[in-house]
Design a binder for this molecule. Structure first.
Ligand code: NAP
Length: 256
């Protein structure tokens, strides 16, 4: 049993949908005060209404410094400080290198990688004030461990988060703050559903545990990294993928 995080102040970027909503739900169910950050206000309102009145939202593009700073400061102000930043928002358009324009590359890196830096930068003054803090990044097996045609930019952004993590862990130690990453496999979200049923079926068949992940699977890993008990773990990563990266060949799955 982990020490309660009741009344802790949490921000979850991309908290209106998918994995972010799952992370927020897990923290909210433990009695934490949670602010969701995303762009679509209708989806934010809907997510808040599902989670209770200790969950609020801020509208911001996570790749924009001014918007992120304002949103993080406002959340900390409303929640009496900031204890935990879950930098989760991201997106994954699928385009092969030969067809990709420079704008799409920059947009994916800007949303998925720059946003990790901005979330941490905006949180530091609040962690410094509190004398402690926690950051949990959402990376991906794609790029960090595996490749997939069409996701060179996405994979680069997700592997880049892990490069950022290592130096950030050293710098954040000055503020008694840890930073770690959850590396999801294929998790059943709105974003993943957008890739089509064939993709979902193929992926589920390639996972030793024979199912796509649930958003709460990632939320529970984030909760552990945010706990008091994980206070001596920093700069680390945990893969939550039902064993997806383990098979050495297609045939290996037939042997299970
Ligand atoms: P999703 O269902 O599409 O949800 C994405 C969330 O991020 C939404 O709340 C979205 O809200 C927000 N968002 C996207 N771009 C944003 C921006 N520029 N500014 C603010 N908010 C933004 O996606 P998901 O599948 O949950 O993925 C979430 C994270 O998990 C991503 O970082 C992704 O790389 C990672 N991940 C997912 C999987 C998976 O299988 N699903 C696997 C590995 C890693 P708005 O659009 O309203 O802004």
């Amino acid at each position: 049993m982990l020490t309660s995080i009741k009344h802790k102040s949490v921000i979850v970027t991309g908290g209106s949908k998918g994995i972010g909503r799952g992370i927020a739900k897990v923290f909210a169910a433990q009695g934490a005060k949670v602010t969701l950050i995303a762009r679509d206000e209708a989806a934010l309102k809907k997510a808040c209404s599902e989670m209770g009145d200790h969950v609020r939202y801020e509208i911001a593009d996570v790749g924009d410094w001014e918007q992120m700073k304002k949103a993080v400061d406002s959340a900390a102000n409303a929640q009496g400080g900031l204890d935990i930043m879950c930098a989760n928002a991201g997106y994954f358009p699928q385009t092969k290198i030969v067809d990709m324009d420079v704008e799409e590359w920059d947009s994916v890196i800007g949303t998925n990688l720059r946003s990790s830096f901005l979330a941490v930068k905006a949180s530091i003054p609040h962690f410094e004030k509190a004398g402690k803090g926690r950051v949990v990044l959402t990376s991906s097996i794609t790029g960090a461990v595996t490749g997939f045609p069409g996701w060179s930019h996405y994979g680069a952004s997700k592997a880049g988060q892990l490069g950022f993590l290592k130096t950030a862990a050293m710098e954040l130690s000055r503020y008694n703050t840890t930073i770690n990453a959850v590396i999801p496999g294929n998790i059943y979200t709105e974003g993943l559903q957008g890739l089509g049923q064939d993709y979902l079926d193929t992926m589920a068949a390639s996972i030793p545990l024979k199912r796509l992940g649930a958003v709460e699977d990632i939320g529970n890993a984030a909760l552990f990294f945010a706990s008091d008990e994980a206070g001596y773990i920093t700069g680390q990563q945990v893969i939550v993928d039902g064993g997806q990266i383990l098979p050495e060949s297609l045939e290996a799955m037939d042997e299970i």
